[in-house]
Write a protein that binds this ligand. Structure first.
Ligand code: CA
Length: 248
């Protein structure tokens, strides 16, 4: 049974920051969803996140007819690499953009499967039968500590240096992209989120919200509201994608 994505996206500046340096791209018809969390002074983070989300979204739209997952993964990696190069070029040519970078987590869905391309600490999750699983692994110093067993996941989440990245777009000297493949089942709910959500809320709370909300729009709204109620120290962006069977 081919599945159709139904999505809702929301972004919020939060309660502390003056500007929103998160960007997202969503093309439901083509099954393309991207979140990017920019960094860099004087609004440069916005520029990096905008380049990444728009360019990757457009390149993947051009590959919308591709149903071969290996081919799609190759297109996804090429698009992320091109965005990285574009950000580096812009930073070299424009002193105001020097040092800018961004995370990117990009999801392509097909009728029964997905592929995710990922760099940085935004995340993709999948809720299935009430259970939340992380699809992506953070590229952060604290995640390395979690992997070594020297920090728990909860200690990592609340760590003062939790935002230090080990990988991002816009850093010269070699880009490493993680690619994840998976199968989709009817009723799956996928979440893409920037760290404004995941530093504010533990996975258990994210799971409870996703499991209780009736639809993607309610999920997105509740996630943003809870992130802000829990402090809203950062910009928060979420895309919730429900995989639905066609109405009979
Ligand atoms: Ca952030």
């Amino acid at each position: 049974m081919p599945l159709t994505p139904r999505h809702a996206a929301a972004t919020h500046v939060g309660r502390v920051r003056q500007s929103n340096e998160d960007r997202f791209y969503a093309d439901e018809g083509a099954g393309i969803f991207v979140v990017a969390d920019g960094m860099g002074g004087h609004a440069a983070g916005e520029v990096a996140a905008e380049i990444a989300s728009t360019l990757i979204g457009k390149r993947l739209s051009a590959a919308a007819d591709t149903s071969e997952m290996a081919e799609l993964a190759t297109a996804l990696e090429a698009a992320i690499a091109e965005a990285d190069q574009r950000i580096l070029d812009r930073a070299r040519g424009d002193p105001a953009c020097s040092g800018m970078g961004t995370t990117v987590t990009a999801l392509c869905t097909r009728p029964d499967s997905y592929v995710v391309g990922h760099v940085g600490d935004s995340r993709a999750y999948r809720l299935r039968d009430g259970r939340l699983e992380r699809i992506t692994r953070d590229h952060t110093l604290v995640q390395q500590e979690v992997d070594r067993g020297t920090l728990t996941d909860e200690q990592a989440r609340t760590h003062p240096r939790s935002n230090i990245l080990t990988r991002a777009l816009g850093i010269a000297g070699g880009l490493e992209i993680d690619v994840y493949h998976g199968i989709l089942e009817p009723g799956d709910r996928i979440l893409l989120a920037t760290d404004g959500l995941t530093t504010m809320l533990p996975d258990s709370e994210i799971a409870a919200i996703l499991d209780s909300a009736a639809d993607a729009a309610t999920s997105a709204e509740m996630l943003i509201e809870r992130a802000n109620a829990s402090g809203g120290i950062d910009n928060t962006t979420v895309i919730v994608i429900d995989l639905l069977e066609p109405a009979s």
